[in-house]
Write a protein that binds this ligand. Structure first.
Ligand SMILES: [Zn+2]
Length: 239
């Protein structure tokens, strides 16, 4: 297979062709509808710009397809420290990340980052009150797709009954009947592919590639009686 052109080249090229497409569509419309030139000339010019529209459409489609193979773009990442979430090693170390679990919190949706941080801080206080030290989720993703980091990936949590060793909890701020937004899906996909890379701050980086982990909905683990995570299953998130 031919080598894929670099991502920055593709991004720049896509922008260029999107601009050209816009311009060509405008000119095409102009010669069709507004130009005061004689009819035959107008038709010729409209046909010329029609060709350019088709060419630009081809390149925009092609560049988008090529870029899609790189996977979703990196979402904005907010560290626990930036969010005001404290750390706790009350359950000891997490161990190698061989599992990941999707959750809802039976909470309102976080419609944006601000609401996400506010809710995450509430979860952290609630979980501390239960004796879990701090928030039990390693990552939380509001409707707008930012990744709010919670409990460090070094520390074991309490998010699935009897199944927390090596298990990363990902929460989506929602409840029964809610569905993932496109931004949440893309962000979850990016996270699973990149949590172990240097794109993730050290405190929140996994040792293992989560694409090789057993990723399940909370209630898909044995012995769990919960509606969590509703529609926020790995399948629906595309992870
Ligand atoms: Zn859950």
């Amino acid at each position: 297979m031919a080598k894929l052109p670099g991502k920055s080249f593709l991004t720049a090229s896509l922008k260029k062709w999107e601009r050209k497409l816009n311009e060509a569509r405008k000119r095409h419309d102009f010669y069709h509808k507004e130009s005061k030139r004689p009819e035959s000339e107008r038709q010729k010019l409209a046909a010329k710009w029609h060709k350019k529209v088709k060419e630009a459409e081809y390149w925009v489609f092609r560049r988008r397809t090529e870029l899609a193979r790189y996977g979703p773009a990196k979402p904005r990442i907010i560290t626990a420290k930036q969010a005001g979430i404290w750390q706790s090693s009350v359950f000891g170390s997490l161990g190698p990340e061989i599992k990941a679990t999707t959750h809802y919190a039976a909470s309102p949706r976080a419609r944006n980052l601000k609401e996400g941080i506010r809710l995450a801080l509430q979860f952290a206080a609630f979980h501390r009150g239960k004796g879990w030290g701090t928030i039990s989720y390693a990552y939380l993703i509001p409707d707008t797709g930012e990744i709010i980091c919670g409990r460090s990936t070094s520390h074991k949590a309490a998010h699935v009954a009897n199944m927390n060793a090596g298990n990363i909890g990902i929460n989506f701020f929602c409840t029964t009947g809610d569905r993932p937004t496109e931004a949440q899906k893309k962000s979850a996909q990016w996270l699973i592919a990149n949590a172990h890379t240097s794109a993730m701050p050290k405190l929140h980086r996994t040792d293992r590639d989560l694409r090789k982990a057993d990723i399940r909905a909370h209630n898909a683990w044995p012995g769990q009686s919960t509606g969590c995570p509703g529609y926020f299953t790995p399948n629906n998130l595309g992870v």
